[in-house]
Design a protein around this ligand. Structure first.
Ligand code: HEM
Length: 549
């Protein structure tokens, strides 16, 4: 290097004046050499300027950032107060792609034209699982509640809880019995006007779904066990609480560092999932032993008649049930985490969606009349309690359209399942999404876009708009209906979820007229999960001769 230094270089600095004295003499001497100083100075400044220019050039291609003043909260508070307004204003100002600092990190938020990239770029630079892991409340579930990945739970659901599964139809009567029992307990203490006010129907929705899910997953007998009910009702609540789902702006949801600490260490020390796992292990373990013992005592034919139709039995058969090969401890170790994740995925989200459908049905007697008339044709006067199986309810076009319309129209916050950029990605408009950033979208931006919806009034709630459109049922995911996602990661539980929702409404409408004396309120807007509505619903029993089911 020194050989190439020009002898009469005009600029020179004595860099040794800035050098720490503990440096070896040989280096200090070099720094004192005026020719060497000049080269170093010019080289360093040039290098720094080049690096700065490259850095600024790269950053100038990042999507615009919604400015914020508080470095701790970023835009989280503004967003949490009025998510829809915040997002609309940002899209108006910055266009279809922008960044906002929400939940303690910059996130790229995509409008309708770009939202599909979240699904098409999966595995090509965007990662689904890393995205949800990065949001700390999913860390809580995945790292502590379940070591199994989302996809394992997804595969299990797809196998046992979709219409192509041989046992799918058998879930219908099970869910109906659960609902009817719950309605009896909650709604049959009528006043003299044959009506009852239910202050918080969300609890009823959640209880029904938890009991139904327990019956479908671990079986009817076990679902009646109080401890199992406790697990199914509380897991989603505890996880929600832990991760700050219910506490907008909770420390864990604002400071990613604290959130992670909270998830990995505080929760690990407290082992909040342990009681649930202990109950699952003890009760489900005993149930497996009981089934294995029973199987030994009956013939093949008898077993066919009494074989339980639940997911647990399917999993057992996959693992060698009947051949005596199942070691209960190993088996439980494998599935208890998966069960915990499914319980969370299945109950909270569906209860929120169901409560919205219920409230919106209750807003207008004309809606109820339409659904009631359709059901009358469907059940054709029968009082068969198990009549509304999934395939029968499939013909209820108005009820299905209503359900899809609520799922289309309501979700107005950020998606709960963002993606993570695993490398720098260049969008069609030239913006760069830097490696490591979360990328997400807002359902309603796609759902209220006229072009995407192929209609003029997509902002309005029109419950019958999907009737007569076979490609627009409540389970038909597409680029214009994203509530359940689309493509490879689309929600595998949507068949069960929509069946549970429709059956709940059908059974209520067939028996009661509903009204909302004080209207609907939403206590807290949704953050990354749609918030449930609240407000009293009055259930008035129909005249005895009008009760359908
Ligand atoms: C109305 C109720 C529900 C809604 C709105 C909903 C929505 C979603 C969404 C948006 C995703 C992620 C899609 C993506 O990021 O690409 C998802 C994934 C998932 N959902 Fe649902 N879901 C509901 C009910 C259920 C139910 C009842 C179950 C279980 C029976 C379930 C199990 C799952 C699982 C396991 C995944 C992860 C799939 C994977 O990554 O492979 N969901 N759901």
């Amino acid at each position: 290097l020194t050989n190439k230094v020009p002898v009469d270089c005009p600029v020179s600095f004595d860099l040794s004046a800035f050098a720490p004295t503990w440096l070896p003499q040989s280096i200090l001497a070099r720094l004192q050499n005026p020719d060497f100083d000049a080269l170093v100075a010019i080289g360093s400044v040039g290098g720094l300027l080049t690096a700065l220019a490259l850095y600024l050039h790269r950053r100038s291609r990042f999507p615009p950032l919604v400015p914020y003043t508080n470095p701790v909260y970023g835009s989280t508070r503004e967003y949490a107060e009025k998510p829809k307004e915040f997002l609309n204003a940002a899209f108006d100002k910055y266009g279809p792609v922008f960044r906002a600092n929400i939940l303690g990190r910059d996130q790229v938020i995509l409008d309708h034209d770009y939202a599909q990239l979240l699904f098409t770029l999966l595995g090509k630079g965007l990662d689904h699982e890393q995205g949800v892991i990065d949001l700390q409340y999913f860390d809580v579930i995945i790292k502590l509640g379940s070591q199994h990945h989302l996809h394992d739970s997804g595969k299990m659901i797809l196998k046992y809880l979709n219409p192509a599964s041989p046992s799918y139809e058998t879930y219908g009567p099970i869910v109906q019995l659960v609902y009817q029992k719950a309605f009896k307990e909650a709604l049959e203490k009528m006043n003299e006007k044959n009506s009852i006010d239910v202050e918080d129907p969300f609890d009823l929705c959640k209880k029904c779904l938890a009991d139904a899910m327990a019956s479908v997953i671990v079986g009817v007998d076990l679902a009646n066990d109080k401890d199992i009910t406790w697990v199914f009702i509380n897991v989603s609540e505890v996880v929600a609480e832990m991760g700050g789902l219910e506490g907008h702006g909770s420390l864990a949801s604002i400071l990613p560092f604290y959130g992670r600490l909270h998830a990995y260490y505080v929760m690990k020390v407290r082992q909040v999932m342990k009681p649930y796992k202990t109950v699952l292990r003890a009760k489900v373990g005993a149930e497996i032993n009981r089934r294995m013992a029973l199987r030994q005592t009956v013939t093949e034919q008898q077993w066919k008649e009494i074989r339980p139709h639940d997911v647990l039995q399917g999993l057992l058969e996959e693992h060698g049930f009947g051949s005596g090969a199942i070691k209960v401890d190993d088996f439980m170790g494998k599935i208890e985490n998966m069960l915990l994740f499914v319980i969370f995925a299945a109950i909270h989200g569906t209860a929120v969606a169901l409560s919205w459908v219920l409230y919106l049905v209750a807003t207008d007697s004309a809606y109820q009349k339409q659904i009631y008339d359709e059901l009358t044709d469907l059940v054709n006067g029968t009082d068969d309690a198990s009549g509304l199986t999934p395939s029968v309810l499939k013909s209820a076009k108005y009820l299905d359209s209503f359900t899809r319309e609520v799922l289309r129209w309501r979700p107005d916050c950020l998606s709960p399942t963002p993606r993570k950029a695993m490398k720098d990605l260049t969008l069609p408009n030239g913006y760069i999404i830097p490696k490591g950033m979360l990328v997400t979208h807002v359902f309603y931006r796609t759902h209220v876009n006229n072009e995407k919806q192929n209609c003029e009034d997509s902002k309005e709630f029109r419950p019958w708009r999907h009737v007569g459109k076979p490609a627009a049922t409540s389970v038909n995911v597409s680029n214009s209906f994203l509530t359940f996602g689309v493509g490879k990661t689309a929600c595998p539980g949507r068949y069960l979820a929509t069946y549970e929702i429709k059956l709940f409404i059908a059974l209520l409408v067939s028996r009661y007229k509903m009204s909302l004396p004080k209207g609907i309120t939403v206590d807290q807007p949704g953050f990354t999960f749609q918030a449930p509505p609240s407000g009293t619903i009055t259930f008035k029993q129909r005249a005895l001769e009008d009760i359908l089911l």
